[in-house]
Design a binder for this molecule. Structure first.
Ligand code: GTP
Ligand code: MG
Length: 391
């Protein structure tokens, strides 16, 4: 259902967008909410905006606390290693136990609920790379509506490169997983690649509007999109639409965009009885859409493949570089998204590389001839060794 906001509300949202200061932004948002008529069509928009307001309030609180020299809940955690993976689950599902079993982290494991109240990081080594696993404070019903540390946990999930959803396999894991997915869905975090994707990138004044369409618009035209954005006083932007998108979804993305996170499921406590039948149910429920690793953090069973599954789920690869005059390649790999080209790697190494790039040599077992001389559009694969030659 379209929001059909009155013009003054749309104008106010433009003011919100133009305001960077959190306090002022909050004020503008309050004014916006008061201008929006309350009915079914606006309910979703209002809920989204209110969620953002809650997050800003927490951010302000956090800053205040920091100024006063007190430590409180942290919303973000400095990323470390090849990827930051948020560990999300209900209380007592074994999040801390997992961290203790596979990382170097010092954690408190307890049969009592809600033991971990702060995001707790640990490093998991997989072959020659490292993943940062962050235990998030337990998710619960109402997390997305701001209950307890819900906003903090969900912000952590939103900011992470990937997710591990952990459930206790001995106690109705389907129910746990559906609760987790429902709270995340409310926070606009999805775990399956979306059919369509809308990204609105604001540009400087005078840049104009550009709609990049890779895919199909459902029941609307590019003209409708431009008109919609103009009604929100958005005149300078690049709108990228891939897959299928409706005008409603585009309006949605003005307020808060949905994020997709690569995700795996960990079914823990397989040592306990009943977990086998429960696992079958879980598998049926998930329907092959996400990988499930069945483990016991207590016995260690099944944990050995965690790094490998994560590596696959995150859709990444390792590329090693070599100096033209040296025999050995770098020990430490560059970790890149699968499908990255030589140019993508070069950009990662040095912003100037792109301009100076001449050609590259690639060593790889997958190539018939190795090394092979390649250009900047050559798509790299896991394990490749690359030597870049500049002009
Ligand atoms: N039998 C069995 N018990 C486990 C396993 N993993 C964790 N537990 C137990 O489950 C309880 C909760 O474990 P934690 O690791 O503290 O759970 P958590 O998810 O971190 O819980 P909170 O931080 O309190 O939300 C503890 O008593 C653990 O000993 C397992 O694989 N098998
Ligand atoms: Mg814990």
């Amino acid at each position: 259902m379209p929001a059909n906001l009155p013009p003054d509300a749309r104008k106010k949202w433009a003011e919100v967008e133009a305001t960077k200061n959190p306090r002022e932004r909050l004020l503008r948002m309050q004014e916006f909410v008061s201008l929006v008529p309350k009915h079914k069509g606006t309910a979703k928009t209002l809920a989204q905006v209110k969620k953002q307001m809650a997050a800003i309030r927490k951010e302000i609180e956090e800053k205040k606390r920091k100024k006063a020299g007190k430590t409180g809940p942290k919303f973000f955690l400095e990323k470390e290693g090849a990827a930051q993976v948020a560990l999300i689950g209900l209380t007592k599902s074994g999040k801390s136990s997992l961290l203790a079993a596979v990382t170097n982290a010092k954690v408190e494991i307890s049969p009592d609920p809600y033991t971990t109240r702060n995001p707790t990081p640990g490093i998991l080594t997989y072959e020659d790379i490292q993943f940062q696993i962050v235990e998030a404070p337990a998710l619960m019903e109402g997390s997305a509506d701001g209950r307890a540390w819900g906003p903090q946990t969900l912000a952590l999930a939103r900011n992470a490169d990937g997710l591990i959803l952990i459930v206790d396999a001995s106690q109705d894991p389907v129910k746990q997983l559906s609760l987790i997915l429902s709270e995340m869905g409310k926070a606009k975090i999805i775990v399956n690649k979306p059919k369509g994707r809308v990204e609105i990138e604001r540009k400087f004044m005078g840049a104009g509007m550009r709609v990049i369409l890779i895919g199909r618009l459902v029941n609307c035209t590019i003209r409708d999109i431009e008109e919609l954005l103009r009604s929100y006083r958005i005149t300078d932007a690049v709108v990228k639409i891939s897959g299928e998108a409706t005008l409603d979804e585009i309006e949605d993305s003005i307020f808060q965009s949905t994020v997709y996170k690569p995700t795996m499921i960990l079914a823990n406590k397989t040592d306990l009885k009943g977990s086998d039948e429960n696992l079958d149910q879980l598998q049926t429920y998930v329907g092959g859409k996400l990988p499930i690793n069945a483990v016991s953090c207590q016995s260690g069973e099944g944990l050995g493949t965690l790094g490998k599954t994560l590596f696959k789920v995150l859709d990444i690869m390792r590329v090693y570089t070599k100096e033209p005059n040296q025999r050995e390649h770098s020990r430490k790999p560059f970790v890149l998204k699968k499908g990255t080209t030589v140019e993508g790697l070069a950009k990662d190494i040095h912003s100037d590389f792109r301009r100076k790039f001449h050609f590259a040599k690639v060593w790889s077992r997958r190539l018939t001839f190795s090394p092979q001389k390649v250009g900047s559009t050559f798509i790299l694969a896991d394990g490749d060794i690359v030597e870049i030659h500049t002009r």
